[in-house]
Design a protein around this ligand. Structure first.
Ligand code: PRT
Ligand code: ZN
Length: 283
């Protein structure tokens, strides 16, 4: 039995459970307790605050964890980052009042910066030779300049909307983060094997996200052109149709490019274009 710690409630909790479930590790949400067991895989799930996950893994209270890379960096606990999971993307940035003129990092010399990430910020300022004061605030960091608690902030940004609505502007992007799978050091051989299996499954889930499976009928005269339009991950699959001179072409495309590709394919005469979701992709 291997134990994983995930965020109990917050931005990463739903997606963590969804990824595990797509990887065949089902957790019955109605029976959810502080510690619950998967009904389909030998795994226990421990629900914690994200701040506590790196420490729980470092101490061996859990063997694995799913947490923002920002927390791993900030906590500085001895854990291994086993994989990036492709969700919870954000950055930690320095932001200042929007009317301030910004000339570069020197602006921060002698200033006070509010943050919940003092360790990451201290390391960055030291590396850049900037002498600024740090105020640690655990919630609503973005209001600190308005209420006179600081001159600037160092905080998580994703869309940037929160900064704008608080009259701030992002001036330095310091760290990029996403949810990561962490593992404790010195896992037993049995747990290392489980980790490999879990990584393999999570990667298949991650790779299938944002992908579409596209099938179409196309005249053999246009095949070469169609292959040029389609991404070159592998050559597409081409099957002959009963109607001579025509083929069925199958391929996987990024969802972001789907419409552009479909329009191009239509313009060279592709017909009966069918788009399907990809359930899993094992590369
Ligand atoms: O209760 P617990 O301690 O477990 O949760 P928490 O409140 O500390 O964390 P939570 O649930 O807010 O975030 C968990 C993790 O999600 C973070 O550690 C990041 O790794 C990741 N993440 C991704 C984010 C965001 N995106 C994000 N946008 N965490 C916080 N935010 C905040 C941001 O600070 C801003 O105030 O959301 C607000 C909106 O952002 P904009 O830029 O889209 O406006
Ligand atoms: Zn937290």
């Amino acid at each position: 039995m291997i134990r994983i710690a995930i965020q109990a409630k917050g931005r990463l909790s739903e997606e963590s459970l969804a990824m595990l479930s797509e990887a065949g590790i089902e957790v019955d949400d109605s029976k959810r307790k502080f510690l619950s067991q998967s009904s389909s895989y030998p795994m226990e799930i421990l629900y914690l605050r994200d701040d506590d996950i790196p420490q729980a893994v470092a101490l061996g209270v859990a063997d694995l964890g799913i947490v923002g890379y920002n927390e791993v960096l900030e906590r500085g606990e001895e854990v291994n980052v086993a994989d990036r999971l492709g969700f919870g993307g954000c950055r930690i940035s320095l932001a200042i009042p929007k009317n301030e003129e910004y000339s570069g990092l020197q602006w921060f010399n002698g200033k006070r910066i509010a943050t919940s990430y003092p360790n990451i910020l201290r390391a960055f300022l030291d590396e850049k030779g900037i002498d600024a004061k740090i105020s640690v605030i655990t919630g609503s960091v973005e209001i600190a300049p308005t209420v006179g608690m600081s001159d600037a902030i160092f905080d998580i940004v994703s869309s940037g909307g929160t900064l704008v609505s608080n009259g701030l502007k992002e001036v330095e992007r310091v760290i990029f983060s996403e949810a990561v799978l962490i593992a404790r050091k010195n896992l037993s051989q049995e747990h290392l094997n489980a980790l490999e299996q879990i990584k393999f499954r999570l990667n298949a889930v991650k790779d299938s996200r944002g992908k579409k499976y596209v099938l179409m009928n196309i005249s053999n005269d246009s095949l070469e052109e169609a292959i040029k339009i389609l991404p070159s991950m592998r050559s597409p699959t081409i099957l002959p149709l009963a109607q001579s001179g025509w083929s069925s072409l199958h391929t996987v495309v990024d969802a972001a490019e789907l419409w552009e590709k479909v329009e191009q394919l239509k313009s060279i005469g592709a017909e009966d274009i069918l788009v399907l979701s990809v359930e899993k992709m094992v590369l």
